[in-house]
Design a protein around this ligand. Structure first.
Ligand code: NAP
Length: 279
């Protein structure tokens, strides 16, 4: 490998994170990776290479995140690419999900990434270099029935990534929000997905949507190996995009969203522009 980089990947014991870590190591990069369970991570990655640093990190706890990043810096000297990948799907209408269930999803999907970004930026600013990739979802651009809180967490990721890209551009740091469509990982399994503990009979369309997604498990069109390759490609670009969609389904859904949004904007333009002082 002519240009090995130092990567930091969260949520790496399975799925997209694991696929990315294995591919990075195969291609000669150095990787610090986090998991809730270090033993599972070590076993899943299956190497004792000096290029791999497995870390047990609680992403919702900033002190734990700080420790993990310090360990990575002490081991490899710097971090070139950070991938905020850890996350899970949470199903249920807003009325069905409790405050605790809702906050837990934000703790992992949003605050976990923010903790990592806050702790890594001092090093990247000092180096005047770095690339932060935040794994969002097509649900963070166009939500589906029954997944309001999941969509809210991923909209947050899309939103803060876009502003962050502007804030840190003067320091030579790049930011990309990566929005996958459906990929064949453990994402849609009962082990990864969380559903409202107190479902309400009235929300039949929500239940039907959940059934539809659960039935997709194992048959998603997206190949995690190709997603990992795309993430590596975008990290090697000198001018990477702020938003990257992954998968034909993501591309189609985003296109449809833009068209619908555009039509609605136009249809309501007279009312929209009617609100200024008549000076
Ligand atoms: N697969 C898809 O169709 C799809 C589509 C759009 C977006 N995404 C996003 O892609 C990312 C990776 O998901 P995946 O598809 O690889 O799913 P996965 O196979 O279920 O893996 C998810 C990873 O996130 C971490 N994670 C899950 N729940 C967590 C929790 N409560 N606290 C801390 N970490 C947790 C896990 O890390 P450890 O077990 O190692 O701690 C796990 O390795 C997620 O952010 C997901 O939202 C996936």
């Amino acid at each position: 490998m002519s240009n090995p980089k130092i990567w930091f990947v969260t949520g790496a014991s399975q799925g997209l994170g694991l696929t990315l870590v294995k591919r990075l190591l195969r291609e000669g990069h150095h990787v610090a990776a986090t998991s809730r369970k270090q033993a599972s991570l070590v076993q899943a990655v299956g190497t004792t290479s000096f290029a791999f640093l497995p870390l047990q990190v609680d992403l919702a706890d900033e002190a734990s995140v700080r420790q993990g990043i310090e360990q990575a810096i002490n081991t490899f000297g710097r971090l070139d690419v950070v991938v905020n990948n850890a996350g899970y799907g949470i199903g249920g209408s807003i009325e069905e999900l409790t405050d605790a269930e809702t906050r837990q999803a934000f703790d992992v999907n949003v605050f976990g990434g923010l903790n990592v970004i806050r702790q890594v930026l001092p090093y990247m600013r000092k180096a005047q270099a770095g690339h932060i990739l935040n794994i969002s979802s097509i649900a963070g651009i166009t939500p589906a029935t029954g997944w309001a809180i999941y969509a809210a967490t991923k909209f947050a990721v899309e939103g803060f990534s876009e502003a962050l890209a502007q804030d840190v551009a003067p320091f030579g740091i790049k930011v990309t929000a990566v929005a996958p469509g459906a990929f064949r990982t453990n994402f849609l399994t009962p082990e990864s997905l969380v559903f409202a503990q107190q479902p309400l009979e009235a929300y039949q369309a929500v239940r039907a949507s959940h059934e539809k997604y659960l039935a997709m498990n194992g048959a998603q069109a997206g190949d995690p190996e190709k997603a990992a390759a795309a993430i590596m490609q975008v990290a090697s670009e000198s001018n990477p995009p702020v938003h990257l969609l992954l998968g034909q389904d993501a591309y189609q859904r985003a296109t449809q969203k833009l068209e619908t949004f555009g039509r609605e904007m136009q249809a309501w333009q007279p009312l929209t522009v009617s609100t200024e002082f008549a000076e």
